[in-house]
Ligand binder design. Structure first.
Ligand code: PLP
Length: 365
């Protein structure tokens, strides 16, 4: 059975976790600190704050930025609901503008002038171009939902270095670039945001050592959104193989691009511009006969997936503010999009098998 994505766990990953089980710390401790240190070094950010999930990291970022009732925060309709929900958790309103049909990222020309907040999603791992935009959106809080884009590069460096944003949020769910089982992280270059993120992760607690070793104060609402040392040890071990993982994903993407370009019914989106790299969390194709191809491949044991049912199609989204030009491109893309299997342990043979079955499907049409 092939799936659209899955984790890659080594013997070293397993022993790293077992080591923690034998140590003094299980919950947030020295391994979380080590994971944060190695992560911020890897992406080139000043601070990294680990969380219990990507969703928790988005919630924390929206709160730390001071988003609240009356604030509209724009994002892409082609994302997982957690992006929009982060805005809802703090009482704000998600805003949606349409996507570009080639990059599948948000069409930034459709953003209103200086919105309160903007959450770019680097769809499938292709970075949304933020270099010019971030200068134009001077007043806007920019929180990158970088859940797909760990390991992607831009002309201003690795995604996550926050050179064109206030914060970047990552997820370590098993289908993502690296995994901690469940887990997330926020990077930022702003010391105040970092302090707010740390407090939010653990009940709003601020230590005040001048009043005694035991003394702490809680002056803001927080949660228990901590990552455990078990998860962080897995994260440290996985992070060291990130480059290798991304290289293999890019190889598989190369095989698909080469092997599928002869099939006229298939459109392969997301060409990569010079200066950028695509880390291929997903490999999406666009096909008119999407629903029947989905069923055909599932019958052959190839569990392709649709990413995503757009944000505005869900009943919860009666609250969203939609841009003047509507969401027609997102709707069309949604009716055609399909994610093919892509993960580091997928072999060349398996990649060819997927392409052969797609070929068979069109021959039978
Ligand atoms: C995976 C994902 C999330 C949520 O991350 P979790 O770790 O599952 O909470 C948020 N946004 C996007 C775009 C994602 O792909």
């Amino acid at each position: 059975m092939l799936s659209y994505g899955r984790q890659t766990i080594s013997e070293n990953d397993i022993s790293a976790v077992v080591e923690i089980l034998k140590s003094d710390w299980l919950t947030q401790g020295p391994s979380v600190k080590r994971f944060e240190d190695e992560f911020r070094e890897k992406v080139g950010a000043r601070h990294a704050i680990a969380f219990s999930s990507g969703t928790a990291s988005l919630h924390a970022a929206a709160w730390a930025a001071g988003i609240g009732p009356g604030d509209v925060v724009y994002t892409s309709p082609l994302t997982f609901m957690a992006t929009a929900n982060a805005v809802r958790y703090v009482g704000g309103t998600p805003g949606l503008v349409d996507i570009n049909h080639i990059s599948l990222n948000l069409d930034t020309d459709q953003l209103p002038e200086n919105p309160r907040g903007f959450m770019p999603v680097h769809f499938a791992g292709l970075p949304l171009e933020l270099e010019e935009l971030s200068r134009k959106l001077e007043e806007t809080v920019i929180i990158e939902d970088a859940a797909h884009a760990l390991g992607s590069q831009t002309p201003s460096g690795p995604v996550g270095n926050c050179s064109n944003s206030d914060m970047s949020c990552f997820s370590f769910h098993p289908v993502k670039a690296i995994t901690t089982g469940e887990g997330g992280l926020v990077t930022t270059n702003d010391d105040d945001l970092a302090a707010r993120l740390r407090a939010f992760r653990s009940h709003g607690i601020t230590p005040v050592p001048s009043k005694g070793g035991w003394y702490y104060e809680i002056s803001s609402l927080g949660f228990n959104y901590r990552m455990t040392d078990l998860q962080a040890a897995l994260g440290v071990s996985q992070l060291r193989r990130l480059d290798e993982f991304v290289r293999r994903r890019q190889e598989i993407a190369g095989l698909y691009r080469e092997g599928l370009r002869h099939i006229p019914q298939i459109e392969i989106p997301q060409p990569v511009k010079s200066g950028y790299s695509h880390s291929y969390h997903l490999f999406p194709i666009l096909v008119q006969e999407r629903d029947s191809l989905y069923s055909f491949l599932h019958k052959k044991g190839i569990r392709v997936q649709v990413h995503y049912v757009p944000v505005h199609h869900h009943p919860i989204s009666s609250d969203v503010k939609i841009g003047e030009r509507g969401l027609g491109v997102a709707d069309t893309v949604y009716s055609r999009i399909l994610s093919l299997p892509i993960y580091p342990t997928l072999t060349d043979e398996e990649t060819n098998l997927v392409m052969n079955e797609i070929q068979h499907f069109f021959e039978e049409q």
